[in-house]
Write a protein that binds this ligand. Sequence first.
Ligand SMILES: *Cc1c(COP(=O)(O)O)cnc(C)c1O
Length: 383
Amino acid sequence: MFDKLLPIASPEGHPGEEFLSDVERILDSRQLTNASFVREFESAAATYLGIPHCVAVSSCTAGLVLVLRALDLHGEVIVPSFTFHATAHSIVWNGLEPVFADCDPETFCISPASVRDRLSSNTAAILPVHLFGNPAAVEELEGIAARAKTPLIYDAAHSFGSRVGEMNVGTFGTAEVFSFSPTKVLVAGEGGLITTRDERLAQRLRAARNYGDAGNYDPQLFGLNARMSEFHAALALRGLEGLDQRIERRNQIRLRYLQRLRGVQGLSFQQIPLGRRSTCMDFSVLTDPSGFGQSRDWLFDALHKENIDVRRYFWPPVHRQKLFRESWDGWSLPVTDRVSERVLSLPIYSSLRNEDVDKVADAILRAHEFAKRGGMAKGQSAR
Ligand SMILES: *Cc1c(COP(=O)(O)O)cnc(C)c1O
């Protein structure tokens, strides 16, 4: 279908000349990290999101590590297994114990019912993910966390620009943490942002990202160097321009895929509940082998043969990864296992052309025709 590989992702935004003049300003200022561009970005992000406090950091992973640390938690953190492994690593880095909850079969986000099942007297926090940009069940999770009196921290890596009604992701829970690494919807090269309404927590996080030191060389907690450099902040600031149009375009691509693929036997899709906006950081199909005629892995190979870079996000699920399966408590996660065995992410980015979207969809349709014929032949030979 394609002469050269169609990538799964492509960095969003391209500031060009303007960014080069930012770089000159930074070099002239002699302040290369955590200075005026970082403050300007934090303030622009706070305005965009509608949240009082934004703390820029070097990555989402570092941000999650520091939020858990700054809250001084002990015990278990309830987290989805259907996520990027870094979510769970932030828990382990703090000497806390990840307790995996199942995901919802439609939204792919953590299932509130499963979170309830996993609460215990050792629960220290709940750490949901807005998966692929689809906002988690924030209202229900808020209620659960309030009743359990535990902090609620969102991994919002995929979701700068996602909304629940009029509210932006970034305004929920005790804190939320975004990522600006190259495959995300807002790109700084590397970087992250912590958002919170809690002024004291924000102050602690400002120290935490600076070795725990608020400036008096007598650190208040064990921190990291997790500052954002001025160059990264400048890129993130430029990325805010046109962000909504790029998210809009990603949503159009999602709809275009859906129009062409809906109704194909054995394929299903992540559901985005009414009234919510996803950044469409990823678009994936679930392949049910009994309907589709072949497995997800077969489709993975078939599309790679067509030069389409598709990925298994997220497989294996975290609880089955080498670093976790030994310590996993054996709590079964049937939906996570099923979704992660069937999921396949397709190329999506705002610069992806309609004709390329159509070619990807056509490649899947063609594979499906082939799989159906193969399936029939198998059925006949069995008789
Ligand atoms: C990318 C990602 C992260 C890590 O973000 P970094 O900024 O690269 O540290 C964390 N969680 C999820 C769900 C991600 O997709």
